[in-house]
Design a protein around this ligand. Structure first.
Ligand SMILES: [Zn+2]
Length: 192
């Protein structure tokens, strides 16, 4: 148990990485963000049209397949835009935005700090639908979103970041998390 608890705390590596990116611990504390542990066991949930492989923890992958099939029965096509993402990858994404001249405060309204993204857990995914811009708020105007709002809960998925969410992220109608997987005692992560 002690070993597991230690493993769930933000690692010194994560803390170093935050410092490198200019992300102060006070900012994370003020936002009430919780560390997210990288999944250790993932399985392939979907291969994108571009050949990209999207991975989730097994329970979330199964729930995703069930949900996607049910949506298809209602003529709603859903696909994964992004699923599991490592802490390293998250740091790269933020570094790229910094290099492009964005301010860290602005970046963190859209992207989680490395070590704090639900995507690390392998339980969260960004969902897209055909003929709709990806990762845009107008996703909430689609039939796909209406269907998800009505049915995703039956499959264990919740919208993590509704409008005015307490974590201070922008409204993300495309980002859904399989909470049964995320909140399992094996995965629960304490606040710093
Ligand atoms: Zn997301």
């Amino acid at each position: 148990m002690i070993q597991r608890a230690a493993k769930l705390n933000p690692t010194s590596l994560t803390l170093d990485r935050l410092e490198e990116l200019g992300i102060r611990p006070e900012l994370i504390a003020a936002r009430g963000l919780c560390p997210c542990v990288e999944a250790s066991h993932l399985e392939l949930a979907e291969v994108g049209a571009d050949g990209r492989e999207h991975r989730l923890v097994p329970e979330a992958a199964k729930a995703w397949c069930r949900m996607k099939d049910a949506a298809l029965q209602a003529n709603i096509h859903l696909f994964i835009v992004s699923a599991y993402r490592s802490v390293d990858r998250q740091a790269e994404i933020i570094q790229r935005k910094l290099d492009a001249g964005q301010k860290i405060e602005d970046i963190l309204c859209v992207s989680a700090p490395p070590g704090f993204s639900e995507h690390h857990t392998g339980c969260a995914m960004d969902i897209g639908a055909p003929d709709t811009p990806l990762l845009e708020c107008c996703f909430d105007q689609t039939a796909a979103f209406s269907w998800l709002r009505q049915h995703a809960g039956q499959f264990g998925f919740v919208l993590s970041y509704p409008a005015d969410n307490p974590q201070g992220y922008q409204y993300e109608p495309w980002h859904w998390c399989h909470v049964a997987s995320r909140d399992s005692p094996l995965r629960a992560a304490p606040a710093i």
